[in-house]
Design a protein around this ligand. Sequence first.
Ligand SMILES: [Zn+2]
Length: 60
Amino acid sequence: MECATADCDREATVELHIPWDENRYVCMGHARVQSRKDGIVADPLETADDDLPDGASNHG
Ligand SMILES: [Zn+2]
């Protein structure tokens, strides 16, 4: 699934819960930007872990 943002073709790894609109699937970068708006909640998808850089998920 691609990021829902126009002109972005990165893999969507986050679901945005938007109170005044339908939920949207976006990449991590756009989720960070858009989740700053009032009421929007960024909810990482289960597959998001695959996109994290090595060491980001504390494997020990
Ligand atoms: Zn994006």
